[in-house]
Design a protein around this ligand. Structure first.
Ligand code: ACO
Ligand code: ZN
Length: 223
């Protein structure tokens, strides 16, 4: 069990109100009880993962030797929606998104990858879109020394292309990465996003990808 000492990193920083936890990466104000509580909760989820004990009515859309994928839709029972919100909160904290009030727009489709240890180890949140802008391939070579510093400023084409499905979040529990969980989530999404068709990779778009997300998306869409 961790002690409080491990959670508070630099007392000096407290003057500025922000502390970053070395293990879970969350930035929070240790002097603020509400922030502190939020951190303890995120820290625990980050280390332990989110449990999934099974639902009476669950929509299993794919099964694998190491787990299964469950689809959650906006009108599902509140226990299902709450689980998705918990996962989204963990993902958003990890991606450094500002705390947003969880909401579940009525066209969202969420896939959860449940491991055999009954934990949520992957999550994909998708919604219908009409168009997307293609990310241009980055110039490579020795002339671009600054490409590391602006890792998130991808060049986008300014010509919109038709698309059907936008992936607003894709995330895999850190200890389960590189086991093709993200790939299986996207494959399953393409199959169940629109009834009766299998979406092509041109019809799906990743919104504002992180470096990890871009590496994955590039690889996924080329294979
Ligand atoms: N570096 C290089 N290549 C990668 C990486 C990486 N970090 N991640 C995936 N790939 C490529 C590889 O070629 C991989 O195949 P290989 O392992 O056989 O070489 C292929 O993509 C398939 O990878 P998966 O195993 O299916 O991907 P994984 O399950 O590890 O999940 C993900 C990838 C979701 C990006 C994960 O790293 C993650 O959760 N990262 C943190 C959260 C994040 O940044 N999410 C993306 C945000 S952008 C958005 O949500 C729209
Ligand atoms: Zn922490």
């Amino acid at each position: 069990k961790e002690t409080k000492d491990q959670l508070i990193i630099d007392a000096g920083q407290k003057h500025f109100g922000a502390t970053m936890c070395k293990s879970c990466g969350m930035i929070y104000a240790a002097s603020n009880p509400e922030d502190e509580l939020q951190h303890v909760q995120h820290h625990h989820r980050f280390v332990e993962g989110i449990k999934y004990t099974g639902w009476k009515k669950e929509r299993v859309v794919a099964e694998f030797w190491d787990g299964k994928i469950v689809l959650v839709l906006p009108r599902d029972p509140s226990y299902a929606i709450r689980k998705v919100e918990d996962v989204q909160e963990l993902v958003d904290n990890e991606l450094g998104f500002q705390q947003v009030v969880p909401k579940y727009p009525n066209k969202t489709k969420t896939l959860l990858f449940i491991s055999d240890e009954k934990k949520v180890v992957g999550c994909l949140i998708a919604e219908p879109i009409k168009q997307a802008f293609r990310v241009m391939s980055e110039p490579t070579g020795p002339e671009t020394p600054s490409s590391k510093e602006c890792q998130r400023a991808w060049q986008c084409s300014d010509v919109p292309e038709p698309a059907v499905c936008g992936i607003s979040r894709i995330w895999v529990f850190r200890l389960k990465r590189r086991k093709r969980i993200a790939r299986r989530l996207v494959d399953t999404l393409r199959n169940c996003f629109m009834f009766g068709c299998f979406l092509s990779t041109n019809e799906i778009a990743f919104s504002d990808p992180t470096p990890d997300g871009k590496l994955f998306a590039t690889k996924y869409c080329n294979t």
